[in-house]
Unconditional design. Structure first.
Length: 193
């Protein structure tokens, strides 16, 4: 993957997660909700490890998985979180859930390599159940939407870290294997067989 494409991907992931924060008015309950939501995935070692592993997996799979796997993960996080929000307090939640489901189905249908579907199913199940559990930790000082924005931004950045780590590891492994193949000891070992 070229460096320009990686920078564009990282910027797109950041903007998907952080764009709503730019339009928020800086008041106490919004800041508290975004901060609490941002820190929840980072504080949970299991969530942080799995989210980074999703980024590494998408980088190793390459092709369109490097874009669609993180995007599907973030959409399922949104879907799971939005299903836990009270629809009487926020009547537009159903429209956002429908929109996220349609975007998720569009992402899945755009996969050319159908073997990537084997990766999306367990990741989607994990993301859905984790996000529904997270919405039980909403602080009473804020609304669930600000809390959700923090979770999505934090998860997007953890996935971007995983993608960067995966690309770096992939490049280093390819360099190591090419240097190993050209080494005299390896060629001598192969000549024995």
């Amino acid at each position: 993957m070229s460096m320009r494409l990686f920078v564009l991907l990282f910027t797109a992931l950041f903007l998907i997660g952080a764009l709503p924060v730019f339009f928020l008015q800086p008041f106490g309950s919004a800041s508290a909700g975004v901060t609490a939501g941002f820190m929840l995935p980072v504080d949970d070692l299991y969530h942080a490890t799995v989210t980074i592993a999703i980024g590494v997996l998408s980088a190793w799979l390459g092709q369109e998985a490097i874009l669609f796997l993180p995007l599907c993960t973030l959409l399922i996080l949104c879907i799971g979180s939005l299903t836990e929000i009270d629809e009487h307090a926020f009547p537009a939640v159903h429209a956002f859930v429908i929109g996220a489901i349609l975007l998720f189905s569009l992402c899945v249908s755009m996969l050319r390599n159908k073997s990537f579907l084997l990766c999306i199913l367990p990741i989607a199940l994990w993301a859905y159940f984790v996000s529904t559990g997270y919405m039980h930790n909403v602080p009473s000082i804020t609304t669930p939407l600000f809390f959700l924005i923090g979770i999505i931004v934090s998860s997007a950045l953890l996935i971007a870290i995983g993608i960067a780590l995966g690309i770096t590891l992939t490049d280093k492994l390819k360099e190591s294997f090419t240097s190993l193949k050209s080494s005299a000891a390896f060629t001598t070992f192969l000549s024995l067989f």
